[in-house]
Every structure is written in structure tokens, then in C-alpha cells.
Design a protein around this ligand. Sequence first.
Ligand code: ADP
Ligand code: MG
Length: 430
Amino acid sequence: MALFERDHDIYRDRDALREDYQPEELVGRDEELQTFQAALQPVINGEQPNNVFLYGKTGVGKTAATRFLLGHLREDAAQYDDIELRVVFLNCDGLTSSYQIATNLVNQLRSESNQISTTGYPLASVYEMLWSELENEGGTVLIVLDEIDHVNDDSILYQLPRARANGKVDDVKIGLIGISNDFSFRDDLSPKVKSSLCEQEIHFPAYNATNLRDILQQRAQVAFHEGVLSSEVIPLCAAYGAKDAGDARQSIDLLMKAGDLARDQDTDTVSDEHVNRGRRALERGRIKEGIHGLTEHGHLVLYAVLTLDQEDETPIRSRDVRPRYTRFAELANRDPLVPRRMRDHLSELAMLGIISVTERNEGRRGGTYREYALDMDVGLILSAMQETVELVGVHESVGDRFDGETFDGETFDGESPNGGSDGEATLDEF
Ligand code: ADP
Ligand code: MG
């Protein structure tokens, strides 16, 4: 018997759910696409293209829309003998400066054998190289800078749109398409950059559940065999994406997770149960990532809030978290931080959405204070904090979630299979 066998019961084309898949049509973005298309029309007319600035949160279709339109533009431009179009696409994730962008652009325009080092040149000479590559290219060059909010200085965003006006290039027509996931990026641009980059601004609003349903419906037709998804699956995935960010990526990721879980089970339908398990798995991943990024004291503060929460002491003020935190720090052999620094960690946890903060009024004396509470599933958090628990010990409030010293990772939905009978791992100190 073969060890590996193809399973095609569920998926028609699983790759269609992956990040790098480009849908053939975009659903429900007609207005944005129309504006965007109009801004690119000059390319076909042989005129100087407009600079375009797209902005909106992650997962709202900015990159997909750009790839979609530029694909068509390329195809259609090829019908005209007198149009030479070159598109350069650069994702700026991981790039932090105009310098890095400029060297990357030079290398994209140059042949493999003629690449420059991405360090060591003065910025001015990198720009000179860029102008001469662009001039060599001639025709129209559209430069897409995706996720430009990663870049800390806007020099390149000023230089590129002005290259012609400033006499840096003569023959080539340069169009810049900037894409940002960050709203505030646009407001922080200097006025001179804003006026040249944002000739045409297009805002991509977040998707609501109905939009997401349509997107998922379209994608599911490509990815899954007919009749595989039970009727609740798409609405549930759409609701998940709509809940906090209106993010199509989140919804599609969940759909894939649910499909994978169904496939692993060898069933031939994806059910709402698969979606719910998938959602927990994704959330667990997200929280794990967030928690892993915290410092040791962040973990100790979180462990303190978590155990207080289990004892029904939350919402709780910072000063009341303190004794538990100090105790945990001592048990872990660490010097406790001063109250203010401990509070910074509470704020960071709140920012990550792991705990919640409520402002309260002191009453007539008019002061305000903050109260903190756990905002995430306890089991999920504990499973990401094994090291801290080992360092500090298992607190009695969470003792029944542990089997010996190890946390039973399957209880992430908060139901312990041990039924709470296993208390022997609890440390005496508590
Ligand atoms: P952004 O660049 O705004 O972060 P993306 O363009 O990467 O978002 O979109 C995230 C995912 O959702 C991609 O897989 C994309 O194909 C899909 N998507 C987004 N909007 C649509 C849409 N209107 N129609 C079909 N698929 C979409
Ligand atoms: Mg994008």
C-alpha cells in the first residue's frame, strides 16, 4: 500500500486560498477600481501617468487590486506599438529607508550580472544610478511601492514624482503608486510629498460581513469541490474577518484552516465545528506570537493578572496587581520592576488585546484610575506561557489545568479534561 496517497475529496485547488494567489476578478471593489483605472488611463494615451496613493487597513484588497489592474494594463498596453510599459513592484516590508528602496529599485532595473551592493554608496549616487536606469528604460515606468509605511523617511517619495520636473530624467515617464496599510502614514507626510504623491488618493474601506461573504463565495468556488462546505461555513468565516478588522485575509485563512481540519479528519464536508476549531487554532497562533514577543516581566505581569482573574479579583487596579506580580518575580528570581514600569507592561498587554482596560472616575474628587481584566481565554494564554509557569510554579488558581508540570494544550477552550481533580502540582507557596 502506498504511504502517500492523493486526497482530493475536499479541495479542488487549495492553493487558491494561499496568500500569493491572485483572484481573476475582485468582488465589490468597482468604485475603487474605476478611480484607479482612470488614474492609469494616461499610460495607454501615451501621457504622463498620475501618481496614485492607496490606503486602507490590511486585508482590504489594496495589493490584489493593484496587481489586477496592472496585469490588465500590461496586457492592453501591449496592443499599442508605441507604448513601452515597464512595471516595477517592490514590497517595502523589511526596508526602512529611501536608501534601501532606491538600491532595490536600481537592482530590479539592472540585469542579474550588474547588481549593486545595498550598502556603501552615498544616497546621492544611488539616486544618480536610479535616474540613469530609468532613463535607459525609457517609455513609461510604473513603480509600485507596496507597504510604504515601513519606510521611515520620505525622500524617495519626493524624488521619484519630481524627477522629471527637476531635470533628473528626460525621456522616461515615471508613475509612482504608493500603498499604505497605515492611515496615519498619509497624514504624517510632509505637504510637498503629499501634493506630489497623492495626485490621486484612493481609500479602501474595511469590508463588512456581507462583502466578505461574497469574496469567500468566489474563492470557495475555485478552492473547494461543490457541496463540500456546509451552509454555515462561509457566514462564520465572514463574521470572523468582519469582527475586528474587516480583513479578507483573516477570513480566507480561517476558511483554509477549517478545510485542513476537515481533510485531516478524512471527512468530505467542512462543518461549522471545523470553523470553530480553526478559529481557536488561529487565535492561539496570534496570541502565542504576541505573548512570545513580550519580555520576561511582561510575562510575569500577565501571569499575575491571569491568576487574579481566576480568583474573580478582576477588574483590578494596578496597585492591587502589584503584590502578586512582586511575589511571582521573586519566585522567578527576578528583581521586581518599579510600579510605573509594571504599569507600562499592563498597557502593553492591553495594546495587544490580551487584557482590557477601563477608565474609572474616583468620584467627586475627580481623579481617574484604570482597571484591568483578562480579555482572552485563560487556556490559550497559559499554553503560550509555559516557560513562565515553569519558572514561577503552577499557581493554585490554575492548578486544575495542569497535569503535573505540563499544561495540557488541548484544553485551550477552557475545559479541562482532567475535570479539576488534579491538584497535586500546585505549589505549596500559594
Ligand atoms: P491588502 O493589500 O489591502 O492588505 P490584499 O490585497 O492582500 O490586502 O487582500 C487580502 C486577501 O484577500 C488576498 O488574498 C486577496 O486576494 C483577497 N481579497 C481582498 N479583496 C478582495 C476582493 N475584493 N475580491 C477577491 N479577493 C479579495
Ligand atoms: Mg498588501
